[in-house]
Each structure stands twice: as structure tokens, then as C-alpha cells.
Design a protein around this ligand. Structure first.
Ligand SMILES: Cc1ncc(COP(=O)(O)O)c(C=O)c1O
Length: 360
């Protein structure tokens, strides 16, 4: 029986050729961020229309660095609990306090009402996650940030190619953090990026360039200085070369995901599922099912891999506290991700629909 994978990156001829070219060049990586890394940053900046971009080696690194420039120490950052745990870890690693916020039951994205209930005098930033690739209500979030003087840092790990109000995600918040992990819509062996939208962007770009390479700055010939702490977060040439090709057809690959999402929307007979939105990148296609264990077993028996995104962060041992998030907790029990990627055939999609309608 053919196995239908939950995630599967698009691998074209050009990706293969670009990897060979980097191999043959013997120039595989450099903390200086030259060659393909620089080209990728420039191309991504044009794609999302932001002020500047800094490529790094993961979405986690992007979040860690964006928060390191946001002065969150001993302050509160409002964040959804339904996310990959590195969103939360990044706040704590920068000595901030994550304040978990509930989600909207229709979108899986952060609840605007709950953000308003959660703001205190200690709040300094909001860190929404464009869950599954569906844009959060940035109009209201931007208004809240403006009114309460809060920094907007977006976790756009799922949202490469998503638009909100006619603008690509990457062009809104002060820092927008992308992941290019192999399962993501724009896939690399490992990679991430911080898109910057701030009038002070030149200074931020310089600091981020230095912080992604152990703090190294003021390079002149063989000498350099270190003025602030950094880490080994730079992107390698293989990732950047693959990413340049992936970016070339990101919109086309996302259109395939949207076509599948439309079919799921029309044919999957289940009450709770990610809404249809042609501006969504559909990194995930989530549904809520009552008996998840049984459902997953049946799907696997039929050769269909499914996933759980996510066990809520506030239920992890490290972050467990008194916080009650009823909608997030319901999602945590029932959420399942179905395969949605450009390599699915029509018959794969039909089989997935048939199986979900039979077993959910
Ligand atoms: C919502 C979210 N945030 C952050 C990350 C971290 O990205 P990476 O795996 O590239 O470090 C991921 C990746 O899984 C993610 O899904």
C-alpha cells in the first residue's frame, strides 16, 4: 500500500542542480552571510516587501534573535499556547515571561478578546502565531499594539506566502520570524529568517547580522571586534541555494495547497476545520475529531500519515501553571493535521477525504 505522507518537500531539477553547484564551489558556509545567503535575503525582502531581512539557521533562531532585540527581560509577552514550543522558549531564553492567551475557536489563531483581557502594565510585546498559515487578525492586533505601545513580533513559521489585507506576511510586524524547516512551505535542510519593518531597520539589520554570528562585527581584512553577545545562527549556502529555488515557485506550490484546501472544505463532512481562505498558505490543514486515538489508528492503517499540532505549551511540564485556556485545551485534545502538500495526487486527496468522512 502506498503511504501518503503528512509532509513532503517539493524537490525539482533546479534544487538538485543548485546543491551540486554549492558542493562544487567548495564554499559551503560563512558567518558573513555573503553569496547565496545574501541573494536569498534580497529576494525574500522583495517578495514580502519588508524593509530588510536577516537569514538564520532556523525559525527558533529567528525568534530567539528577534526577542533579544525587544527588551523583554522581566516583562510580559502575550503568546498563544497552541504553538510549537520554541515560540515560548524564545521568550524565556530572553528572560521574559510568557503570558498564555486563548485562541479563536474558528481560526485557531490568537483571540483578540483574550489579548485585551491579558494585557497588564508589564506587557511589552504580543507574539501571535499565524496558525496553519492562516493570518491572525493583524488589523486588530496592530491597533492594540499601537494603543498600548507594545511591540508586534510575529511567528510566521507556517505563513510563508500568506497574505493579510493585500500584503504578504513579513511586511506587518516589527519582526516577523519565518522557519524554513524541511516540512515548511518553503523548505530547506534547515533555515529561518527575520523580516524587519521598523524605521530603525538599518541598525537592527547590523545588530542581527552580528548576533547571528557569535557577535562578530567591524570586520576589516582578518580583524574583527565583538561588542555584544551572539550565537552560531547563520544560514549555510546549501540551504540558501535551495531556498532561492523554492522561493521562485512558492506561490505556485501554495496554489496547489489552496486547491486541495478548497476540496477538503467542500467534501470533508466535519464541523470543525480550518476555514477556507484563498490568502492562507495552508501549511497545516487541521480538523477537530472526537475520538482522536481511534481516528489516527484508522488513518495510519489505511496508509495515511496524520499529525498533532500541537499539545498546548501550557500543558508541558516546564510551563504548566494555573492558566485555563478552554478553547486551546479543546483543540489540544481533538486536533489532527491532514496531509496537504504539493506532492499529493488527486487520488491521494480523494482517499484522504473518503477516509476522514469514514473514520472521523
Ligand atoms: C509555529 C512554529 N514556530 C517556530 C518553529 C521553529 O522553527 P524551526 O524548526 O525552524 O526552528 C516552528 C517549527 O516547527 C513552528 O511550527
Amino acid at each position: 500500500m502506498k503511504k501518503i505522507k503528512l509532509f513532503d518537500p517539493h524537490v525539482g531539477k533546479k534544487e538538485k542542480e543548485s546543491v551540486q553547484k554549492v558542493l562544487d564551489s567548495h564554499f559551503w558556509a560563512s558567518g558573513a552571510g555573503t553569496n547565496s545567503v545574501k541573494k536569498f535575503e534580497d529576494k525574500f525582502k522583495k517578495y514580502v516587501k519588508s524593509k530588510d531581512c536577516v537569514a538564520v539557521n532556523s525559525g527558533t533562531a529567528a525568534l530567539n534573535l528577534a526577542l533579544s532585540l525587544s527588551d523583554v527581560k522581566n516583562k510580559e509577552v502575550i503568546v498563544p499556547s497552541l504553538t510549537f514550543v520554541s515560540t515560548i522558549n524564545a521568550i524565556v531564553l530572553n528572560e521574559g515571561k510568557p503570558i498564555f492567551c486563548d485562541i479563536d475557536p474558528n481560526t485557531g489563531c490568537i483571540s483578540i478578546d483574550d489579548i485585551k483581557n491579558t494585557i497588564t502594565k508589564k506587557t511589552v510585546a504580543i507574539l501571535p502565531v499565524h496558525f496553519g498559515g492562516l493570518a491572525c487578525d493583524l488589523k486588530n492586533i496592530e491597533k492594540i499594539c499601537k494603543d498600548s505601545k507594545l511591540t508586534l513580533i510575529e511567528d510566521a513559521a507556517h505563513a510563508a506566502g500568506t497574505s493579510f489585507n493585500g500584503k504578504k506576511i513579513g511586511s506587518h510586524g516589527k519582526f516577523v520570524c519565518f522557519s524554513f524547516h524541511p516540512v515548511k512551505n518553503l523548505a530547506m535542510p534547515t533555515g529561518g529568517l527575520i523580516s524587519i519593518n521598523d524605521k530603525n531597520f538599518k541598525n537592527m539589520k547590523n545588530r542581527l547580522n552580528s548576533k547571528r554570528w557569535c557577535g562578530i562585527t567591524n570586520r576589516k581584512g582578518l580583524s574583527y571586534d565583538v561588542k555584544e553577545l551572539g550565537d552560531n545562527y547563520y544560514m549555510n549556502e546549501f540551504s540558501a541555494a535551495i531556498g532561492l529555488n523554492q522561493l521562485e515557485h512558492l506561490d505556485e506550490m501554495n496554489r496547489k495547497r489552496i486547491t486541495i484546501a478548497k476540496k477538503y472544505e467542500e467534501k470533508i463532512c466535519i464541523d470543525k476545520k480550518i476555514p477556507f481562505d484563498k490568502n492562507c498558505s495552508y501549511h497545516l490543514y487541521w480538523i477537530l475529531v472526537k475520538n482522536r486515538t481511534k481516528f489516527i489508528k484508522k488513518m495510519n492503517e489505511n496508509g495515511i500519515e496524520v499529525g498533532i499540532h500541537y499539545k498546548p505549551a501550557h500543558q508541558m511540564s516546564l510551563y504548566r501553571n494555573q492558566t485555563k485556556l478552554p478553547v486551546t485545551e479543546e483543540f489540544g485534545k481533538k486536533i489532527v493535521s491532514l496531509p496537504i502538500h504539493p506532492n499529493l495526487t488527486n487520488s491521494d486527496v480523494d482517499k484522504i477525504i473518503k477516509s476522514v468522512n469514514k473514520y472521523a
